[in-house]
Design a protein around this ligand. Structure first.
Ligand SMILES: [Zn+2]
Length: 72
């Protein structure tokens, strides 16, 4: 049996009201492909990340795949 405390998140409620533009590009088979337009850099991104109530692409959040251990 496992017991844990899920906590009460009601104190940290905040609303995210940022407008995220949507871009579309022609798809390979005649459809369209939707993209998010990053509010930070304007690039089109398949995924946006929400941090601190703002949606940004991973580059704006300084997220990188396979990040090396950059110390200093
Ligand atoms: Zn960005």
């Amino acid at each position: 049996m496992l017991e844990y405390d899920a906590g009460d998140r009601s104190c940290s409620r905040h609303s995210v009201t940022e407008r995220i533009p949507l871009l579309t590009t022609p798809g390979t088979f005649g459809g369209i492909r939707p993209w998010f337009a990053c509010p930070g850099c304007g690039k089109r991104c398949a995924v946006l990340y929400e941090l601190g109530g703002h949606f940004r692409c991973q580059e704006c959040h300084h997220l990188t795949y396979g990040s090396t251990c950059a110390t200093g």
